[in-house]
Design a binder for this molecule. Sequence first.
Ligand SMILES: Cc1ncc(C[n+]2csc(CCOP(=O)(O)OP(=O)(O)O)c2C)c(N)n1
Ligand SMILES: [Mg+2]
Length: 677
Amino acid sequence: MSVLNDGIDKNDVIAIYSTMVKSRHYEEKIRELYLNDKKPLFSIAAGNIPGEMHLSAGQEPTAAWMSVLLRKEDFVYSTHRPHHTAISKGVNLNKMTAEIMGRTTGLSKGKGGHMHLFDPEVNFACAGIVGSSFPPALGAALSFKLDKKNNVAVAFGGDGSLNQGMFMESMNLASLWKLPVIFVIENNDWAISVNVKDSTLLKHDSERALGFNMPGINVSDNDPIKMYYAAKEAVERARSGDGPTLISIDTYRYYGHFEGDPEVYRPKNEVSDLLKKDPIKLLREAMLENNIINNDGLDRIENSSMEEVNQAISYAENSQIPAGKDALEDVYSPVNYEIKPKTKGRKLPMYMAISEGISIEMEKDQNILYMGEDVGIYGGIFGASTGLYNKFGSERVRDTPISESAFIGSASGLAAAGKRPIVELMFTDFLGVAFDPVMNHIAKNYYMSGGNVKMPIVITTAIGGGYGDAAQHSQTLFSIFAHIPGLKVVVPSNSYDAKGLMISAIKDNNPVIYMFHKGLLGLPWMPYPQSTVTEVPEEEYTVPIGKAKIIREGNDLTIITAGSTVHMAMEASERLEKEGINAEIIDLVTVKPIDEKTLIDSAKKTGRVLAVDEDYQSYGMTSEAISIVSEKAFEYLKAPPKRIAYPDVPVPYSRPMEQFTLPNSNKIFDEAKIMVK
Ligand SMILES: Cc1ncc(C[n+]2csc(CCOP(=O)(O)OP(=O)(O)O)c2C)c(N)n1
Ligand SMILES: [Mg+2]
């Protein structure tokens, strides 16, 4: 390795070598443990290591540089094959091993496992979704840039990951915003059984940098010292504010994709040929040749590394196994905020109430930023960020390219780095292109980290139909979000709640999906019911998340509503009253966690329950509400509970068809009359 003479400090070479040796020992030991005591599926005895195992022996050079070039404050997002990256970043080996062995002393109390290691002490995380490390790294990098800290964020991905949209979007955003990110592509030739030649025509993955006006470096020969030089250049570029770098490195894995992989796709002699040029062996020889270390020094490294690995394993083995019921903890971070309004305020349309709430919080907390498409000078196409750009500027009120995966995905990195991002998904219908960050990262990181990494994120999104925008711009989709553990879902029906809920959502340490119905916003260009425009105090106040409101008291039946259907039910109740029917109306305010107590108490009182919303009927909010009252107030019911929801058809364009499918006050009136008669 002639590059050893190119100026690298001897101690750095030794540190890189030691890190590689430790990683290799680790993988060999973990493999032994894994294979030694495998228990059958669905057995409560987990054995040494319960889950799947992706080992990285051979790939040490891709990461060892981090042990000398990175600081604790720098962030690293790694992949499903993470051990060498974690060790190189200095993750606590005892806790990591305990995590892999599913123990309570693990990094995440046994909730994450080997693909979901989180060590906030050294800012390391990894994930099992291929390509998903890139967007969060953007977020961490953006937080460094906003805070003028010269830290860097590193995102790892395999050769299989860079054909993902998330990769392309992240490359673009990193380049556009000149973020201090280093993308490291570990090209080990295989994505499970698919050879890299069958997934791209490019010779080197680094060539992709060209398309994003970003420097790209390819490191050949799985060489840890060449990798060091490439990374050093990238780290210096990032730290000095000159933006991102893409590094690809030709590497290899000695073991199968996972332990148990029959490896039928691999040429017979591939591994034995590769072992002849093993990077640890080659570096050892080069170090001896260049008098960087002698045999005694090598022995010391070998022994101390072995000792550290063995010690970590015995720490894990002697640690407690969690109780089954521990699974139910750490889904949500506890909340503690309640601010009562002091004044009555003045009438304000809902869209202005939303932006006023955001503005108050942004003024108080520099860590809050608002990101999305057209949210800057335009104020958001539904006005939710009206006036914020002029007040807070383009850094904190950030227009993004149309890259929902990247910018919504960046929110988890921003949050992990101490920010409180609000991101706007313009129409909830666009969720499809950004669902992985929401469902697998933003929602689950708190749990998967054993409650160690909070996700104070608000996702604002417009919902609802009624104005002829058809199947891809009119959906409500409460149920999709509400179905995912870790998310909260709120839906204001009037200006007062809109502001108070927004403030609560921002103050909450959990991800909150803030869904506003377009037809309630009070926009000048869209008709809206006057009942949405309520008095809004000028000061800061909260509306509690998880608490429904009884907005009309009655004895004959309970109508459960949310968002637009609140107003329809109120209208229907006036007509019902004339018929001698006294309806109690519940505005859920929060769809998840649903306020079971208010529903049950009301069902017990009236004995009749009609649930109404604008989401698709099957598996929806109405089904949930009715299940709750059926399970917990069955003996009080005088009639079968009923639902009015959107039928299971896509939203049609033409007015008569759309009006036929939407809930309305007539449908509520008719159904209520039948139920009560
Ligand atoms: C989005 C997604 N698609 C598919 C998978 C299943 N899967 C897990 S690893 C893998 C191959 C990844 O290959 P590569 O990125 O080259 O990483 P390597 O396994 O070689 O380290 C696949 C297809 C996944 N986890 N996530
Ligand atoms: Mg690969």
